[in-house]
Design a protein around this ligand. Structure first.
Ligand SMILES: CC(C)(CNC(=O)c1ccc(Oc2ccccc2)cc1)c1ccc2c(N)nc(N)nc2n1
Length: 340
């Protein structure tokens, strides 16, 4: 490799490490001025040697020329929705968890009476996307669409700072497809709407619409100006690399690959009673979370038990969204469509 190519490789790796420390670990190891100096040095080298620009270059995060339309991407593995369980409040204000108890009984029935371990995690209220990495490099990103195919939003996804352009850690899988949610934090949503109003533009109704509108922008430079985040929640396909046996191991593996995890807002328990206690804790914590959630998701932890339980019309038998009651009587709970 000639020394210009070596220098570009070195600057790309260094800036990706600094970006990971700043955006995902929230623990920068260099001042912003140092990052900017190296970033401009890389930009200059790439402008002088376009053929040497790397597919995981951090300069891709600023967004290139606008697209005229989004290409369609067919999902090799369908992107499913979740069946819903609600816990309505009775007039005394007590919550009726009958639907979650019924879920637990169905799961135990399906497992021949074996008591499963459950994982409970936030049900992110954003836009579901699928990320495809080949030999550790992000090569494609798509929205869920109708579950079978979605829009190719690869260029826009590269501007999301906590999505790695190259997976971290050793033992890189030849292929891995990671699913999760792109969302906008509440504070960034408020700041965006302030800017919208100042510029005479219509404000977004909620952070989910703001995230969807920002990601489905044909101009990646606009997406790059919107502060988006990503949390993984599933590994859809994998060739090589670490083979997880449980959903918690999948989440931990995503953390090692360089993704942000909703630390402290996930749990793994051996009984539905503990799950319901954690759900209640999260319902109390919800207003203080930096991002919006519209409930919790409860999943069977063992992947072998998930496969044993399968899907009801392709919504998993082994997972259910446990929605929070609407905060105000006026909140319209959208009809949840189980998209296939
Ligand atoms: C559980 C799953 C539906 C993902 N899983 C899948 O989409 C999925 C898709 C094909 C699968 O296997 C199949 C393979 C071939 C055919 C049919 C299914 C398995 C899981 C889901 C959906 C939304 C979530 C959300 N908003 N927040 C959290 N925290 N978790 C979520 N989890």
């Amino acid at each position: 490799m000639n020394d210009t190519a070596a220098k570009i490789r070195e600057l790309t790796d260094l800036l990706n490490r600094y970006g990971y420390e700043y955006y995902t670990l929230d623990a920068p190891s260099v001042p912003d001025a140092e990052y900017d100096r190296l970033f401009h040095e890389l930009e200059a080298l790439e402008a002088a040697h376009p053929a040497l620009k790397l597919p995981d270059s951090p300069t891709l995060r600023v967004g290139g020329a606008p697209l005229s339309a989004f290409a369609q991407v067919r999902h090799e593995v369908p992107m499913l929705s979740l069946s819903n369980a609600f816990s309505p409040q009775d007039e005394s204000g007590a919550f009726d968890h009958a639907e979650m108890t019924a879920f637990d009984e169905r799961v135990r029935g399906g497992l021949g009476g074996k008591p499963p371990q459950y994982v409970i995690e936030p049900k992110f209220d954003g836009l579901a996307v699928s990320l495809l990495y080949r030999d550790g490099v992000l090569v494609q990103a798509a929205t869920r669409g109708d579950g079978s195919s979605g829009e190719d939003v690869t260029q826009n996804i590269r501007t999301v700072s906590d999505i790695p352009l190259r997976l971290r850690g050793g033992d890189t899988p030849a292929l891995i497809e990671i699913r999760g949610e792109v969302l906008m934090f509440k504070a960034d949503f408020a700041a965006l709407n302030l800017r919208q109003e100042e510029n005479g533009r219509k404000p977004f109704a909620n952070p989910r619409n703001a995230a969807a509108g920002s990601l489905r922008q044909l101009d990646p430079r606009i997406t790059a100006q919107r502060k988006l985040h990503f949390f993984p929640y599933s590994i859809a396909r994998q060739e090589g690399g670490f083979s997880a046996g449980t959903h918690m191991q999948e989440l931990d593996y995503c953390g090692r690959l360089g993704f942000a995890l909703p630390e402290g807002n996930c749990g793994c328990f051996g009984s539905m009673a503990e799950i319901l206690a954690f759900y209640e804790q999260m319902r109390q914590k919800r207003p203080a979370l930096p991002y919006e959630i519209d409930g919790m998701v409860v999943k069977v932890n063992s992947l072998a038990q998930q496969h044993e339980l399968g899907f009801i019309s392709r919504a998993p038998r082994w997972a259910v969204a446990h929605k929070f009651p609407a905060e105000e009587a006026l909140t319209v709970v959208e009809a949840i469509d189980v998209q296939i």
